[in-house]
Design a binder for this molecule. Sequence first.
Ligand code: FAD
Length: 453
Amino acid sequence: AVSVALFTSDLRVHDNPVLRAAVRDADAVIPLFVRDRGIRRTGFDAPNRRAFLADCLADLDAGLRRRGGRLVVREGDVVAVARAVAVATGARSLHIGSGVSGYATHRENGLRTALAAAGCTLHVHDAVVTAVAPGRITPAGRDHYAVFTPYLRRWEEVGVRGTLAAPRAVRLPDGVESEPLPKRAEVAGVSPGLADGGESAGRGLLSSWLRGPLADYGDGHDDLAGDATSRLSPHLHFGCLSAAEVINRARQRGGPGADAFVRQLAWRDFHHQVLAARPDAAREDYRTRHDRWRSDEDEIAAWRAGRTGFPLVDAAMRQLAYEGWMPNRGRMLVACFLTKTLYTDWRVGARHFLDLLVDGDLANNQLNWQWMAGTGTDTRPNRLLNPVVQGKRFDPHGTYVRRWVPELAELADGEIHEPWKLTGPRRAAIDYPDPLVGLAEARARFERARGLD
Ligand code: FAD
């Protein structure tokens, strides 16, 4: 018998319930990845993620070849391609990981119908993308948790499944051809500092993270100069690493750093279960509706370009452009700045992030944006982060700002977060914009808009 393992956000051989079930189910397996035209049409296929994906596919192919198989890549509509492969090979089963977006549900429904007509059964596996499946834990009378703390409590109680070994052998049926694998070098418009993708790179990064920096994560994770987070997010987004394995291995190390790190992975599951229950939250305000947003094109352009005149905001936005990645503290600050200080619709910021972020993820991106904008699950939706206070706290020596905003490199630690206070020739000597807005007026405008004054 033949089965198909349809890879989506699980581009790995280790701890992959989809691949494992497909191998157990049949004598021969087709490890299939479809370059889905449906996803391309959504604009989700931005250059940084397309480049990282090319690395992931090359490495997945290598991992399968080490086990006697190889990756079969096809381009087209995912449902049509899967059906054609099933018909051509007589596959009796197709395995896929369950997704959380509206698109993933649509894909599952389409596959179920099309495959049934071809005599092939669809098997949808949970806890492939997330550690705990959405819907697995729910509060009384509701289909998902809207508040993180009670979610976390239950999430810790139910625990994460054990890590699955990679299959020893993957045998392909004869005569199945692959289209050429996409190459990273062929993708235009990629951020110059983009990280390398793929399961091998991800596993290497995870091992060194667990051996060293994890121990200091509890106190250190917001230290912008120290670059003190794992940078595992793109590997988790593409599934080069499974969230369950990352959690199990972090727990084995133990300690306060590991506890804090695992809690962040619970946030990932939390946002996924919100989106699974409320797919419209990718577009619509989740809880509190705000529709009186301002829209000033010059301000938005300055924010995108990292030229707002607020050094920490600009540093983070320039890092995003250069690396396709930004630490969480930076994301929170720039999102708060756009949505609360400039009072701009969170969708404008979420779109820009999705254009650039290598880990750009519908659940994590849209719901974190909504959290920051105060339309989502934040229980204190009207708190406002001050970029100067944040700078003094999380980049006290201005190291992070100097790295990304070289115009300010010569300023003293005590000056660097408030360059507008410089006067005379010292101000004239730096080519750096004046602040887009006064923080006090912006706060007053925000409070008026929210009816807090
Ligand atoms: P670490 O601090 O090492 O954390 C480990 C892992 O925990 C991360 O890789 C991630 O999978 C998860 N995690 C950490 N923080 C969060 C969080 N707040 N929400 C959900 N999961 C979290 N994360 C994405 O993966 N994709 C996105 O598109 C995305 N967009 C964001 C947009 C905004 C406005 C904000 C405020 C946050 C966003 N995040 C997003 C969450 C978070 O910023 C990143 O996951 C994190 O910065 C990735 O860096 P890291 O891997 O070094 O994280």
